[in-house]
Design a protein around this ligand. Structure first.
Ligand code: PLP
Length: 464
């Protein structure tokens, strides 16, 4: 920040007083008013996007499908959760290792509030730095076996800040898996870089893209996830490292879902696949899953971390992470280090779920036995109806529909935890198989909804 330029606040204060002076001086105020162009009023209710939601709501209501989103949980959600007064078996929370609500984690958060208060009260650059922030970052870097780390207040904003800052318009290229998380895409949009998607986990296609395009750009970044959040499968990291070295480009792995769920001690995909963590340039992850907090991190080379801490707008111009969240994540690392058997139990649960689902005739896609297991449904309306019927029977699993996944790939996503029992999983699988079969038999799905939607638009809903 140069001393010779005005800050944003000073500029708006000056503009404000200039406008006030102009308003008080009479004639020029009248001229300014006359110059305002006439515009039609646009109400939020008239937005076509809003009207689409309204239509969806009335069609769902007519078909008797309850809204599966924004369901309120009344306590600490884990393998079970109380939803609207009723205890359900829960497959919709990131609490993979049961650390949210763990006594050590709760206690650490409470102590941090007593010491620091609830907020960091400023950006870390100016006055929000607390020693606990650095303790957390050191903990992350040590756990992953890299130089350093930086923590951001949101996982989604971490990817935006990172990619938005690292890649530049036109001269730089992002090559990413087609199933990459939305936050990476938004970061790419912000940066203005060129962006190409390779088909999911198709590293032959990536190799061809590198061969044809890497030479035309300055900074080239390959971005993949450690554990794909919608499919529960993983990339071949050894091959990615080989490609990144051969083409001399950067490699980034988003470990939002693989930290704590993969590898013998939860150190993620590098541990699970026997890769040297220094062979990946950028490790990104979130604190909101295994670590029971909120926020994201970037870990890797010390220069990368310093670069982000000094320049990334989402860090420089944003408040520091609440100390209680940092403390909770540090405590979660402590439990994970002492009790790696939680990871073993989680993965055993996941494999059990996949095997039992297969026996019940359910399609679990390409999931590999790590915390996330989809049950493929195909039809979006059917997936939403299935989730609604499951909730009626005390099972909470959320539907994932377009645009979160490709058209016709709608599914129910089951997040497993180390705390689920075989009874929880057996009940969920049996009920899912029965309800899905009933919906298939009734041919209930998008076609039925389209009939109702057309009739709703004409305001004459037929008796189905
Ligand atoms: C792969 C991936 N990256 C980033 C994020 C954003 O993380 P957060 O929800 O902590 O903001 C998510 C969210 O689930 C994710 O699945």
């Amino acid at each position: 920040m140069s001393r010779r330029t005005l800050s944003g606040a000073m500029k708006s204060a000056l503009l404000g007083s200039a406008r006030q002076a102009a308003a008080q001086s009479g004639p020029s105020h009248a001229v300014a008013q006359a110059a305002v162009p006439v515009r039609p009023t646009i109400t939020f209710r008239d937005l076509p996007e809003y009207k689409d939601f309204e239509l969806q709501k009335s069609v769902s209501g007519f078909l008797g499908i309850k809204n599966p989103f924004f369901r309120s949980h009344e306590g600490c959600a884990g393998a079970t959760s109380v939803i609207e007064g009723r205890e359900c078996i829960n497959f919709a929370s990131y609490n993979y290792l049961g650390l949210n609500g763990h006594p050590d984690v709760r206690e650490a958060a409470k102590q941090a509030i007593d010491t620091y208060g609830v907020s960091a009260s400023a950006s870390r650059v100016v006055a929000g730095e607390r020693d606990i922030h650095r303790v957390l970052e050191k903990c992350i870097a040590d756990f992953l076996g890299v130089d350093d780390a930086v923590a951001f207040v949101s996982g989604h904003a971490t990817n935006i800040a990172l990619i938005g800052q690292l890649l530049r318009p036109r001269s730089d290229l992002l090559l990413h898996d087609a199933f990459i998380h939305n936050s990476v895409m938004v970061g790419a949009k912000l940066s203005g870089c060129a962006r190409r998607a390779f088909p999911h986990n198709d590293l032959d296609a990536l190799e061809t893209m590198l061969m044809e395009q890497a030479g035309s750009f300055e900074r080239v970044l390959i971005c993949v996830e450690g554990l794909y959040s919608m499919d529960g499968d993983t990339p071949d990291l050894a091959r990615l490292v080989e490609l990144k070295k051969r083409f001399n480009v950067w490699l980034m792995v988003d470990e939002a879902h693989s930290l704590g769920t993969m590898g013998g001690t939860g150190r993620g995909i590098a541990e699970a696949q026997g890769i040297n963590p220094h062979d990946v340039d950028i490790w990104m992850g979130t604190l909101s899953k295994t670590l029971s907090g909120c926020g994201g991190y970037v870990a890797g080379d010390a220069a990368l971390i310093e670069f982000l801490k000094l320049t990334a707008p989402g860090f420089v111009y944003s408040v520091g992470m609440p100390p209680a969240i940092a403390a909770a994540a540090i405590a979660a690392f402590g439990v994970l280090e002492r009790e790696p058997e939680r990871v073993t139990k989680l993965n055993a649960n996941s494999r059990y779920f996949i095997e039992t689902a297969a026996k019940a005739g359910l399609d679990t896609g390409t999931s590999q036995g790590y915390a996330i297991v989809p049950v493929m449904v195909g039809d979006s309306v059917r997936a939403v109806a299935l989730a609604s019927r499951l909730l009626d029977k005390g099972i909470n699993a959320l539907p994932i529909i377009y645009p979160a996944v490709p058209e016709k790939s709608a599914r129910l996503r089951f997040f497993l935890t180390s705390e689920h029992t075989h009874t929880h999983m057996d009940t969920a699988i049996h009920t899912t198989a029965c309800e899905l079969a009933a919906l298939q038999k009734a041919n209930f799905g998008i076609k039925a909804a389209a009939v109702v939607a057309r009739a709703t638009r004409r305001k004459s809903v037929p008796a189905l």
